[in-house]
Design a protein around this ligand. Sequence first.
Ligand SMILES: CC(C)(COP(=O)(O)OP(=O)(O)OC[C@H]1O[C@@H](n2cnc3c(N)ncnc32)[C@H](O)[C@@H]1OP(=O)(O)O)[C@@H](O)C(=O)NCCC(=O)NCCS
Length: 144
Amino acid sequence: MSPFKGPSYAEALATLHQLCFSGAWSVDTFQKILALPTTFAFGDEKGFVLCSDLGDDLEILTLAVHPKCRRQGVAFSLLRTLQDFAVQHNKKKIFLEVNETNNPAITLYLKADFIQTGRRQNYYHEGQKVFDALCFCWEKKTSD
Ligand SMILES: CC(C)(COP(=O)(O)OP(=O)(O)OC[C@H]1O[C@@H](n2cnc3c(N)ncnc32)[C@H](O)[C@@H]1OP(=O)(O)O)[C@@H](O)C(=O)NCCC(=O)NCCS
């Protein structure tokens, strides 16, 4: 699977994001993020992972799988694709943040060999509710 990039994908990604998050990002937001030279994504109409190239490392900005396509290994496969990409491009780590209440995503990241490295207090605001973010990291094994 090859990565894709550029603002022309904004509408498709925003449509999928809308189906997956209560505070979904707008087309305009995706256009701005995708216009950055450091941003790229893997995926298709079933789901996508949007990433930022930090130089030595990568950061997952968001990950979304269409509700009709869940529990079929789509997200796990996207993470493995990204990890392979990281190894091929000599990126040492992949970082991400996840809402402390998002058990499906937390379970997914643990299964994909990410480890929790920290916690950001009161990071997500959803209406009157506030949640911490858990910081996760995947590190390339020295044998890779
Ligand atoms: C989290 C999300 C990306 C998972 O996508 P998915 O394609 O369904 O995940 P996969 O099928 O690849 O699941 C891989 C593993 O993750 C875990 N997992 C995934 N969904 C789960 C759920 N609802 N409950 C518990 N564990 C879950 C399981 O360990 C699963 O392996 P298994 O099916 O063999 O048990 C998807 O539910 C989603 O888009 N959620 C809304 C957006 C979101 O929360 N994104 C992440 C933000 S950080």
